[in-house]
Design a protein around this ligand. Sequence first.
Ligand SMILES: *Cc1c(COP(=O)(O)O)cnc(C)c1O
Length: 232
Amino acid sequence: MATIKENIQEVHRRLAKACTDAGRPAATVGLLVVSKTFDAAAVREAHAAGERAFGENYVQEALDKIAALADLRAGIEWHLIGPLQSNKTRVVAETFDWVHTVDRLKIAQRLSEQRPEGLPPLQICLQVNISGEASKSGLPPQEVPALAAQITRLPRLRLRGLMAIPEPADTIDDQRLPHRQLAQLLRSLQTQGLAVDTLSMGMSADLEAAVLEGATLVRVGSAIFGSRPAKP
Ligand SMILES: *Cc1c(COP(=O)(O)O)cnc(C)c1O
């Protein structure tokens, strides 16, 4: 079985190839290592292999891991990529560097009010329900411009861009469509005058499609750590 380090190298090879195919410099795409369900030792291994940005889905699991890795804290960026309920905003505002899953003003207001003064602004992506699935979280694309404008006025947040989890598709052409739509939405915010620069899209199965459409941060878990246990 390949080691975490070997898997990371393979993901970087895939990203480099996708960047070449897209005619983009490799440095324009960042890797967010998704460590949900894997333990602090696995994160430590990925960190030793050179990774610095980690994504977690479940707040309590993340807090335990962040505490276990306190010695690395200054060199790690922690990103929340799972759903955020309002009763968890305070601890998230106090602990994380990024939140990718903001989809309503109330959550953003709480995060801004609760972000400690001593920390840099919390980096925010709006989660967009780009495939229009009833079950998925994220806001409808047509509601993005108004919420984005409101969030840029909150003092302790910095709106960075958009995040999506498109419906899985088998062919790269089918995978590209929702990523293209998210990229268009980001461009429309830029046209609106907002200084946004981040497209958080692409996972283990579709990172090539995402890079071809302009992803700046791909979120990769299973291609690095192996498959996750099925949820009980
Ligand atoms: C789990 C997860 C990922 C990583 O998915 P893989 O298919 O394991 O690469 C990326 N983004 C989000 C929001 C996730 O929940």
